[in-house]
Write a protein that binds this ligand. Structure first.
Ligand code: ADP
Ligand code: MG
Length: 627
């Protein structure tokens, strides 16, 4: 009996925007599990066909053209959002759609191992937020997996490579350009320990965007020739999209390709087609800009890791879009070396996830490999922010775990009461990189009570952040003198849905999965349904600009405080200062009043600098007054 069949099976899953894959450990090595038809990649597309069957994968993908109103692609871009999809009259959450994809993968594992519990490690882009990670974990659970861990895709890619090269101490750059996401990380391997030093990426950039650029170019040709925009015809648009991808792939090996489509759309009952030659140079001119953007991220991540180009020993290219010669050329030129050619762009992530799963299950204990990861965002709490001379304003962000800290990690920091006699504090938890919490992403909050009454700043509260490898955060706050403690876990996927809802969803998916309804009842409200599906389709079209991006703060400029925000803060300060004015010793009272009046005066106009100056004056006086 093989060792790997003794404990319960573990698998690694690459749940991709475009394609997904599942791998397991066989004889101490990771290997992909093929579908019954012998395919390794599973297109991440879900279709409910006119008979009511759920179809996942290539057939669903093919039907995107014929049945755009019954299929869903690129749901990963919606993970963690509240958006819902209507498919054949039924409503699905992004987690449920992802669960259907995962069920299809699970089928492969079930065939290999038989039914029964399976543990899974699932990968996500490094810059996925906690919410998106939780949604992914939930999707895995809905599909019937025990989700052992959520890991970053570049970590997984490096892991798949690491297993074969344990003797080498190296610094890797992992560049992952897929269909819908771009991810770049620095990974260091030292004595069999893999550590991700820094990660960056762009959730809205991938091969799909290149397809759409070609579609736009095709459409311009047709506009010029026939005065008709084929993108206005949903089927024409879908057809061009499919053709665009074919052209794009062909241009990875050919210098030029001529397409000839007899029917793209119709004008006055006449079919309109498109015949055109696309050269590689033309394609390059269409995609140069986004590729250059990825190179900026590459430079950024090298800086983040406090390295220079010279420190990179190996470049790993993963993701289908790295087959584009321009990508390889630009990367080689930037980094001054050729990427490794022994990394399989389509398989590396799933294989690495299986390695991680295998490490956990003890299947690879002899490999001597230990993997760590980094926090994708800074995490911390809202505080009174202190300026250069101690001026205090609410809404500042105090990171407790900084971005790119190696995890798992536990960090504690002490904070002090901001008011006299304060017996409770509100701990507001945020993730992000901005110095003001309102630009960051709120994770939760709680109140710690039972702090003894004391002078301002005389009571300490120790706040502890624990962040584990699943990207799950535990926050505790403790009053140092009373020992009173409160904590929350910003995490469990199941918190969001209650148990019952979870079970219902599992049941519903299972039913759908198994049922092959006879003679599907077409939806009463077919028109409405189609409309909403058209919206979904349009949404795909308008990527990347139109999607709301919860990661917006990712590259917010450091100092972009809107004037309105300064005004708000100024007004708060006026109120606070007026409240204490009475109690201030007489020698300062007059000065403080003058400063308040001046602040009120400058708040009338837009001059941020003057407001800030006036605020400083008031705060300085307040600080003096309290001493
Ligand atoms: P994801 O990680 O987003 O699921 P993949 O890594 O599977 O995606 O990459 C899919 C993308 O790779 C698609 O946009 C596909 O068109 C593109 N792709 C696959 N093969 C090639 C190729 N030979 N040349 C160019 N692009 C390719
Ligand atoms: Mg991928």
């Amino acid at each position: 009996m093989n060792q790997e069949y003794t404990s319960h099976p573990v698998v690694g899953i690459d749940l991709g925007t475009t394609n997904s894959a599942i791998a397991y450990i066989r004889g101490g090595k990771p290997e992909l599990i093929a579908s019954a038809a012998g395919q390794y990649l599973l297109p991440s597309v879900v279709l409910i066909d006119p008979k009511g069957n759920i179809i996942v994968g290539q057939d669903a993908r093919d039907a995107l053209v014929a049945m755009p109103d019954r299929s869903i692609a690129a749901v990963k871009r919606k993970m963690g959002s509240a958006e819902e999809f209507v498919l054949a009259g039924q409503t699905f959450t992004p987690e449920e759609i992802s669960a259907l994809i995962l069920k299809e993968l699970k089928r492969r594992a079930d065939e290999l191992y038989g039914e029964g519990e399976k543990e899974a490690v699932i990968t996500v882009p490094a810059y996925f937020t906690d919410e998106q990670r939780r949604a992914t974990k939930l999707a895995g659970e809905l599909a019937g997996f025990l989700v052992e861990r959520i890991i970053n895709e570049p970590t997984a890619a490096a892991l798949s490579f690491g297993l074969d090269h344990l003797e080498e101490d190296r610094t890797f750059l992992v560049y992952d350009l897929g269909g819908g996401t771009f991810d770049v990380s620095i990974v260091e391997m030292f004595s069999g320990v893999l550590e991700v030093k820094a990660s960056s990426g762009d959730r809205m950039l991938g091969g799909e965007d290149f397809d759409w650029r070609l579609v736009d170019w095709f459409s311009e040709q047709m506009l010029a020739e026939h005065g008709v925009d084929p993108r206005l015809d949903i089927r024409g648009k879908a057809l061009l999209k499919e053709e665009a991808e074919r052209v794009k792939m062909a241009l990875s090996t050919e210098e030029s390709i001529t397409i000839s489509l007899p029917l793209v759309t119709v004008k006055d009952n006449h079919p309109l087609g498109l015949t055109v030659e696309v050269t590689r140079a033309r394609f390059v001119s269409l995609i140069e800009d986004p590729i250059d953007q990825t190179l900026e991220r590459v430079q950024e991540v090298i800086r983040d890791a406090e390295l220079t180009v010279k420190d990179i020993d190996e470049v790993l290219l993963v993701g289908g879009s790295t087959r584009i010669p321009l990508v390889r050329d630009r990367i080689s030129a930037l980094l001054g070396r050729m990427p490794r050619s022994d990394v399989h762009p389509d398989e590396a992530v799933a294989l690495g996830a299986a390695v991680q799963a295998g490490l956990k299950a003890g299947l690879l204990s002899e490999s001597g490999l230990i993997a760590t990861d980094v926090a994708p965002f800074s995490m911390g709490i809202a505080v009174l922010a202190e300026g250069p001379r101690g001026r205090a304003r609410p809404g500042g962000f105090s990171p407790i775990i900084s971005r790119n800290t190696v995890i798992p990690v536990t960090r504690s920091q002490k904070f002090y009461t901001s008011e006299m006699g304060q017996t409770a504090v509100e701990i507001e938890i945020y993730q992000g990189e901005h110095e003001w919490v309102k630009h960051n992403h709120r994770l939760g909050e709680f109140i710690l009570e039972g702090i003894p009454e004391n002078w301002k700043a005389h009571e300490a509260v120790e706040v502890t952040f624990r962040y584990n490898l699943n990207g799950i955060l535990e926050v505790a706050a403790r009053s140092v003198s009373s020992g009173e403690e409160m904590s929350i876990t910003v995490q469990d996927a199941l918190n969001r849905l209650n148990r019952q809802e979870f079970e219902e969803s599992v049941q519903r998916l299972e039913q759908l999965w198994l049922d092959v309804p006879q003679g599907i009842e077409e939806d009463d409200d077919l028109e409405e349904m189609n409309e909403s599906l058209m919206e979904d389709w349009d949404l795909l079209d308008e990527l990347p600009e139109d999607l709301d991006d919860p990661d917006e703060d990712w590259d917010l400029p450091e100092d972009d405080e809107a004037p309105t925000m300064v005004h708000e803060e100024g007004k708060v300060l006026v109120r606070q200062a007026r409240e204490v004015l009475e109690g201030v010793e007489t020698s300062l009272q007059e000065k403080l009043l003058a400063a308040i009046l001046e602040l009120e005066q400058v708040l009338q106009d837009e001059e941020v600098d003057r407001i800030r100056q006036a605020m400083n004056q008031v705060t300085d006086l307040l600080i003096d007054a309290e001493l």
